[in-house]
Design a protein around this ligand. Sequence first.
Ligand SMILES: Nc1ncnc2c1ncn2[C@@H]1O[C@H](COP(=O)(O)OP(=O)(O)OP(=O)(O)O)[C@@H](O)[C@H]1O
Ligand SMILES: [Mg+2]
Length: 320
Amino acid sequence: MNTPTATTTGMAVRLTGLVKSYGTVQAVRGVDLDIAPGEVVALLGPNGAGKSTTIDMLLGLARPDQGNVTVFDVEPHRAVAQGYVGAMLQSGTLLPDATVGELVEMFAALHRDSLPVQEALEQAGIADLAQRPTAKLSGGQAQRVRFALAVVPNPDLLVLDEPTVGMDVESRRAFWAAMHKLTAAGRTVLFATHYLDEADSYADRVVLMRGGRVIADGTSAAIKSQVAGRSITATLPGADRARLAGLPGVTEVETRGDQVVLRCKDSDAALRSLLATYTDARDVEVRSVDLEDAVVALTSDAAEPSGALSQSTQDTRSLS
Ligand SMILES: Nc1ncnc2c1ncn2[C@@H]1O[C@H](COP(=O)(O)OP(=O)(O)OP(=O)(O)O)[C@@H](O)[C@H]1O
Ligand SMILES: [Mg+2]
C-alpha cells in the first residue's frame, strides 16, 4: 500500500465564510470548516442542504461568491493539479469511447506520483473490468470506476460525493474495506452520504448541513447525544398523531404508514400510557436514539423555528 506524499502541509481542508448562490437559490450560506490531516469526515444533510455545492467549491469546480478555500494550504486547482486530491463526484459521465483500463491510465498519466493502474483497479475491485468499454458498465460498476479514478493520483485527500450510491451490499462493504486501508495509511477523507450507517461506522466526525449551513459538527456519539432519550416504534393503524403527541414522556411523533415512531424524553411513562391507550398496538420496540433519529430530529422543520435560517453561523452546534 502506498502512503500519502510527505509534501503536503497545513490543514487538509480550510473553508472560511463560504457563500454560493445560483440565481435566487442560496445554496451555501456561510460555511466554515477545518479538516485536519487524517480525519475521516462524513457530510450529512437532507437533499438540497448544500453538500455538493460545498464539495464543488472545495474542488475548485465552482467559484464561491464569498469566502475562501484552501486544500493543504494551496488553492483547490493547484491541489488537484498536484495530485493532492482525488474526487468522486455525484454527477458526470465517464468518457464513453474508452475502456475502463484506458480511462484509469489517462488519469494516472495526469499526475506524477500516480499509483500503477493495476493497483488502482484492484483497490476499486474492478481488475476484471479493465477491457470493458465504459459505456457498458452497470451503475454500481461505473461507481467503482469513479473510485479507481479518485485513488489513482495517490492523493492525500479523498473527496467523495455519495460514493456508494447504486452499489449492492457486497460492493459497499468492499468499498469501505478499501477505504479503510487508505485511511489507515493516514489519508484524509470527506464523504457525503445519505447512508447514515456509513457515517456512523466509518467517520471520525460528522458534519451536518441544512439550508446551506453547518448545523452540527462532532463525533457521531456527540450528535446522537444532542437528541436525548429513546424512541418507541409500534404498529398502530389509524393512530391520531395529536393524541400520540399528548402522551406523557413523548416529545415528537413520526408516522410511516401504519408504523409510528415516538421520540421520548421518558420512554417508560410513554410506553405505559401507549399500551393503556392503544390496546391494539403491535410490534412494540423501545430503542436508544441512533444517528438517523438524531439527524432527522436536527434537520426536521420542527428543529428550527421559522426565520432561524437567516441567523448567523454562530448557531452551529459544536459537539467535538
Ligand atoms: N447548478 C445549479 N443551478 C441552480 N441551482 C443549483 C445548482 N446546483 C445546486 N443548486 C441548488 O442549490 C441547493 C443545494 O444543492 P446541493 O446539490 O449542494 O445539495 P446537496 O446537499 O448535495 O443535496 P443532495 O443530497 O440532493 O445531493 C439546491 O437547492 C439545489 O437545487
Ligand atoms: Mg449532493
